[in-house]
Design a protein around this ligand. Structure first.
Ligand code: SF4
Length: 164
């Protein structure tokens, strides 16, 4: 998969000490995006799922993994495989950022999008909307974005948000 960068120990991308993977590639084109260098899918570094898993294993204090970008869902097959392995081999909690909304994702025809929800804990969804910028928000850039508790959402059949 194409990766823009990795931060091995972050305290700003979710609770605890998190291993953060920035995926390369995004077509949402949000006005005043913070990471424009991640947009071009032809840039970035090619890495395998196992390479990333091994890197996570080398950071023993990791509380969880955050997939950011770019948009991880634009490389859904690799994103899914990576999340499956993180759960199976490391049993860490997973947060995924995406510029798509939850409602858009569940309508996507490729089954891998919905399958991803079986392996992640939280989805932070929606594009960054500059007019709704709110610097006081934890883990979010604009107030339209939601932290969705995926396990609760699947159990209850309706969107359940979380403050983490
Ligand atoms: S989804 Fe994220 S990376 Fe993509 S354009 Fe919007 S803010 Fe930038």
């Amino acid at each position: 998969m194409k990766i823009s960068g990795i931060i091995e120990e972050s305290i700003v991308d979710g609770p605890g000490i998190r291993f953060v993977i920035f995926f390369q590639g995004c077509t949402h084109n949000c006005y005043k995006c913070h990471n424009p260098e991640t947009h071009d899918i032809n840039k970035g570094k090619e890495m395998s799922v196992d390479e990333i898993i091994n890197k996570i294993k080398n950071v023993p204090l990791t509380d969880g993994v955050t997939l950011s970008g770019g948009d991880p869902l634009m490389q859904i097959d690799d994103c899914l495989e990576l999340c499956k392995k993180i759960k199976k081999e490391l049993n860490l909690n997973i947060i995924v950022y995406t510029g798509y909304t939850y409602e858009q994702i569940i309508k996507m025809t490729k089954p891998q999008y919905k399958e991803l929800f079986n392996y992640i804990d939280y989805l932070i969804d929606g594009p960054f909307i500059y007019d709704l910028l709110d610097l006081s928000l934890k883990y979010k850039g604009s107030s339209n974005q939601r932290i969705i508790d995926i396990k609760q959402t699947l159990q209850e059949g309706k969107i359940i948000t979380s403050d983490l």
